[in-house]
Design a protein around this ligand. Structure first.
Ligand code: ADP
Length: 779
């Protein structure tokens, strides 16, 4: 502008923290008394006033020296008294001026000033500099974001370079000293230079600020993110009821590990696993796998054992207390204990209890555990076809588990339980590996101190375990396994034995579990016998036990309902409680029959009777077999028939008759499939009876293999067969002479009630079986 020249006198308004450049228009709030007075003076004069900044903002009453000597002459355009006593003025900066002299300082400052003139010598250079300044200002605006972009356009519209410099300076957040420097510089080029330096500085500072800011922000974001996620995790854990969180869990595991009886190598391994677990997120799938593994190994017994009670008398008492009879197995058990007493580590074979279901194999094993005061565990091998079921799955499988042996040990909680491997004859094997070979390792005392389970990964010592196995039959046990075992056979019970078991064991036990005291239920011996004979038909006592429980339930109902104070069961009242008898006692025919013979069979579930029926009718000499017959039995039927044909003339049977008739053999009895050659003589007898029309004695049961020449060959399972014949009410047994030695095994009570005919040839069979006693042979 620079329209004023020379000097003049003016009131002075010292500014605090503020600097006004020429051409700026702005509001000022004036409160200090001196300043108000200066304003008033200006209003009295021509509204002109000098605005000069004081060096220190804090100073209330600045001295002359504390006021910058260069200021801006301004015109007061408006004045407004505010309620709080201050005055708001609108001022417009006019021109730079230097204070020459303070004319008055007391009431208000009154000074004489010289107007300053701007100089701009080199227009081109100024022009260039203006551009640079504008560029820098533009960049500054971009970075700082403190100045609006519109300011840039309004600034670049200013044509006078000096004024532009002032406006830019007024927009920058500068120190007062810098602003004053811009104000005091009257050379426009130099003023622009100062501004450029300031802008450069500012920009650098801003860059730096921005970089720092970004770094800080990144840092902040990261920590904030983590914080946020952690909080979220806490919330999830809380929702899942995992209040303690990881910390507690890990500590607990460490404490458990401390108390564990595991050997050092296992402990070291578990320590590592716990460390690993600690680093995993609590909810991850992997962590639950690790957790399960640690739990499994911690819950395994490694050295905890029970003290053996090897007192033979005590053991005998317990075995007798739990079981009636079973002399042989009991004896063998006691021998076992005796040996155990002498040598701590028994190297002998594994005991295998063989017999039909329900004869007390499992409960005998349990008794042994009780007698020795060991823990008892039982696993069933029935249908186990996968090696992994014995040895477990590798941990890498999802849902992997240790094998049954280790699981059994886990539930035993000691390293020396009695371990029953049930149904070892039902082991299967297929492409998934051979469970039998894995079992071999389990049962071999030379190997089982280092039993390896895929899941556990570490070897496990099974040497202190007493293994006992059970089986229904020996045929299906894999040979190598069988070689490891000493078999103890428990065949079925006789009626009398069953009666004793019912009386002394099953009924009292069931009464106790049903809460019936001794005086409340009386079952007569006859009633018990009726249960044995007409409600059950089995080698063991499983169903008998069931009927005992049934009886107790029925009695309990009567007692509780108050119907009676005491229940007495006789054969007559029995049917009211247990319903109609399930079996007709004595399968033996009521009358002697033609073409129907009772054979004796041996099955996996014990002995059984088997009725063979033959009918002859006109035809073409064909031969038919129906019923539950195995292949061996069919062949044996063929042999029997061939034998009879070859001797037909002797039996007065016409060859022509044979050619014009069909023979049909049928074995109707058949819930359990029967097979084997031992029905040979039975079928031969039935065929002959049908062909000759001679009846067969109803009380006869027979067993024996037949050759084409009619010789009778020995068979197996005579004891079971005789017991079943006895159960069925037969009184005469025809059996191979070679089996005579087996008669010893048959309990006296049964033997005394029956007649036995040991035979070598079919002729003898006929002699004893046919009603006539003897068929006339054609000489
Ligand atoms: P298994 O294992 O041979 O199939 P269990 O051991 O399960 O037979 O026996 C079935 C039930 O019969 C058990 O309650 C058992 O106590 C009982 N039992 C079997 N034999 C006898 C016995 N000789 N004396 C007393 N109870 C017996």
């Amino acid at each position: 502008m620079g329209e004023h020249t020379g000097t003049r006198e003016l009131p002075l308004l010292p500014l605090r923290g503020l600097l006004v450049y020429p051409s700026m228009v702005l509001h000022l709030d004036v409160g200090r008394e001196k300043s108000v007075k200066a304003l008033e003076r200006a209003m009295v004069d021509d509204n002109y006033i000098l605005l000069s900044t004081q060096e220190e903002v804090q100073v209330e009453e600045p001295d002359v020296e504390q006021i910058y000597p260069v200021g801006t002459v301004a015109r007061v355009k408006q004045m407004l008294k505010l309620p709080n006593g201050t005055i708001r003025v609108l001022v417009e900066g006019i021109q730079r001026a230097r204070i020459e002299e303070f004319l008055q300082k007391d009431e208000y400052f009154y000074v004489s000033i010289t107007y300053l003139q701007e100089t701009s010598e080199n227009q081109n250079e100024i022009e260039a500099l203006v551009r640079t300044v504008l560029q820098h200002f533009e960049q500054y605006i971009k970075i700082s974001k403190k100045v609006s972009p519109e300011t840039l356009s309004s600034v670049s519209d200013i044509e006078e370079p000096g004024r532009m410099a002032d406006v830019i300076a007024s927009h920058l957040p500068l120190k007062m000293k810098d602003k004053q420097d811009v104000l005091e510089e009257t050379d426009i080029y130099k003023r622009l230079e100062i501004l450029l330096t300031i802008l450069n500085n500012e920009r650098e500072v801003l860059e730096l600020e921005r970089r720092i800011g970004q770094r800080v922000k990144k840092q902040m974001e990261k920590t904030q993110k983590e914080y946020y996620l952690r909080e979220q995790m806490k919330a999830i854990q809380k929702e899942l009821g995992d209040r303690e969180g990881r910390g507690g869990e890990i500590e607990e595991l460490r404490a458990q590990l401390n108390e564990s009886d595991a050997p050092e190598r296992i402990k070291t391994k578990l320590e590592k696993e716990i460390d690993r677990l600690e680093k995993m997120p609590a909810t991850s799938a992997e962590s639950s796998v690790v957790r399960t593994y640690i739990d499994t190994l911690l819950s395994l017994p490694w050295s905890v054992n029970t003290e053996d009670n090897l007192d033979i008398a005590h053991a005998e008492a317990i075995l007798d207390e739990d079981h009636y009879g079973l002399e042989k197995p009991k004896e063998r058990m006691l021998e076992y204990l005796a040996v155990k007493k002498l040598v701590s580590q028994i190297q002998g074979p594994i005991l295998c209890l063989v017999g039909p279901p329900g004869v007390g194999k499992t409960s005998l094993a349990k008794s042994i555990a009780r007698a020795m005061e060991r823990q008892f565990v039982r696993i069933s091998l029935g249908g186990v076809r996968d090696e992994a079921e014995i040895r477990g799955h590798r941990r890498t499988y999802v849902g992997a588990m240790p094998g049954r042996i280790i699981q059994g040990m886990r539930s035993a909680k000691t390293v020396n339980p009695v371990f029953l491997l049930d149904e070892i004859d039902k082991l299967a094997s297929d492409f998934r590996g051979d469970p039998a070979s894995a079992l071999l390792e389990v049962l071999d005392p030379n190997q089982n101190d280092k039993f390896s389970d895929h899941y556990v990964e570490e070897t496990y010592d099974l040497t202190n375990v007493i293994f006992i196995t059970t089986a229904n039959t020996l045929h299906t046990i894999p040979r190598p396994l069988l070689d490891r075992m000493e078999t103890i056979e428990i065949s079925g019970y006789t009626e009398v034995e069953k009666l004793k078991i019912m009386q002394g064991y099953l009924l009292p036990k069931n009464m106790e579990t049903h809460g019936i005291s001794k005086d409340k239920l009386k079952v007569s011996e006859e009633a018990m016998m009726k249960i044995v004979r007409q409600y059950t038909r089995e080698a063991g006592v499983r169903n008998l036990n069931r009927e005992a429980a049934n009886l107790c339930r029925k009695a309990a109902k009567i007692l509780v309902s108050g119907e009676k104070k005491r229940v007495v069961v006789t054969p007559k009242t029995l049917e009211n409680l247990l319903g109609k008898p399930r079996f007709r006692y004595g399968l033996a025919e009521v009358e002697d029959q033609i073409g129907s013979v009772t054979g004796l069979a041996w099955t996996q579930v014990g002995g059984d009777t088997l009725s063979v029926e033959v009918s002859v009718y006109p035809g073409k000499g064909n031969f038919t077999l129906t019923g539950q017959l195995g292949d061996v039995m069919k062949e044996s039927a063929q042999a029997a028939f061939s034998y009879i044909r070859s001797r037909a003339t002797e039996w007065k049977i016409d060859q022509e008759f044979l050619e014009k008739h069909d023979i049909h053999i049928h074995a109707p009895e058949g819930a359990i499939p029967k097979d084997g050659p031992s029905a040979g003589i039975t079928m031969a007898t039935a065929i002959l009876s049908a062909l000759t029309n001679i009846a067969v004695r109803k009380e006869v049961g027979m067993t024996g293999e037949i050759t084409l020449r009619g010789r009778v060959l020995p068979i197996g399972g005579l004891k079971e067969k005789v017991l079943s014949a006895h159960r069925a009410g037969l009184t005469t047994i025809i059996f191979p002479k070679d089996n005579e030695k087996d008669l010893e095994d048959i309990p006296d009570s049964v033997r005394d009630e029956m007649t036995f005919h040991a035979v070598e040839h079919m002729d003898e069979v006929i002699k004893y079986a046919f009603v006539t006693g003897k068929t006339e042979k054609k000489k």
